[in-house]
Design a protein around this ligand. Structure first.
Ligand code: SF4
Length: 324
């Protein structure tokens, strides 16, 4: 059975129970995004609600997805209402929570409940984890090809990592394509550019950001949250793997990771992205306060290309880096 997921969660459990996870975010942004939003707005979703939430609703309805796992703690405060409106449309909803206090036992119990709900055998879950670690190892290689060898673009890095949330519903095919990509990328000449940037925050709803930055002699060599989706720490224990995953917990956990990675990747400047009407915009206050690197805050509302004003802000920011 295809099961919709609203953000990265322990997909090992879904695969072990012979289900196929479908990351609704990726279907939304890679499909007819405006139409998905329209479906939600026709259903009564307000204009000033984040486009991703409306998009997820639209995808579930349009694609007739019968079951959705909603992450009701550690992701988005709007998920509760999203789940209620989906239940009202006859969708079966399973709740999953990343405990805000990052408590091992609580997370373990959430994962056990998910195993029970889906009928997953725990030994099988651990077997799946082992096989996924091999894919995660390859994604670490891909990341190194981005920030160490400069052979993978920021956009390519973004696409591979963001799709690791569900391995596109087919881990075998994902791995085969990843293997071919790595072989091809290793043969490339290193990219030449002046500024090494970090992209912080939820994946962008903007479609041409990476291309636009390339045109300004810059590359994103650190996609923060996308990298988190790939579970890059290779923890032996599955519960620990999802405890180290920084996205669902406090901004201070994210900051620890961001600081280490910015230093390791010799980041010149940071783009801190937030979605319009998202509670995570408030986290930006602390990101700005605790990161000692030039930072540009970007915000976008609807899916599509950069608007003229945002382009001008990015150009001015890069100019400032040139002359500072
Ligand atoms: S961008 Fe923010 S408001 Fe929108 S779905 Fe994600 S967490 Fe929720």
């Amino acid at each position: 059975m295809k099961i919709g997921i609203t953000t990265s969660l322990p997909v090992e459990i879904l695969y072990a129970a012979d289900h196929i996870p479908v990351d609704l975010n990726n279907i939304f942004i890679n499909g007819d995004a405006e139409n998905y939003i329209r479906i939600a707005e026709y259903a009564g979703y307000p204009r000033n609600i984040c486009a991703w939430i409306k998009g997820l609703y639209g995808v579930v309805i349009k694609k007739n997805i019968e079951t959705v796992i909603g992450v009701t703690e550690g992701d988005c405060s709007n998920t509760h209402s999203l789940m209620s409106t989906l239940m009202d449309q006859g969708v079966s909803v399973i709740n999953f929570a990343f405990p805000h206090n990052r408590d091992y036992q609580q997370l373990k119990s959430e994962m056990q409940n998910l195993e029970n709900s889906l009928g997953a055998n725990h030994d099988k879950v651990l077997e799946v984890k082992k096989s996924f670690d091999e894919i995660r190892r390859k994604l670490i290689e891909l990341d190194k090809l981005t920030y160490k060898e400069n052979k993978v673009t920021g956009q390519e890095n973004h696409v591979w990592l963001v799709n690791s949330s569900d391995f596109e519903g087919d881990p075998l095919s994902y791995t085969e394509r990843l293997d071919s990509f790595l072989i091809e990328a290793e043969k490339r000449n290193p990219l030449q550019y002046r500024f090494r940037l970090a992209f912080l925050g939820v994946p962008p709803i903007i479609t041409d950001l990476y291309d636009f930055l390339t045109g300004l002699d810059s590359q994103i060599v650190f996609n923060e949250i996308q990298r988190q989706f790939s579970m890059p720490y290779l923890e032996k224990d599955l519960v620990n793997q999802y405890l180290r995953y920084t996205y669902p917990y406090s901004i201070f956990h994210r900051l620890e990771d961001i600081k280490v990675e910015c230093k390791k990747r010799k980041i010149d400047a940071v783009i801190s992205y937030s979605q319009s009407f998202c509670h995570r915009q408030i986290d930006n206050i602390l990101i700005k306060k605790y990161l000692d690197i030039p930072l540009l805050s970007l915000e976008a509302d609807s899916p599509g290309e950069l608007d003229a004003r945002t382009k001008l802000r990015i150009e001015s920011f890069i100019d400032m880096l040139k002359y500072s």
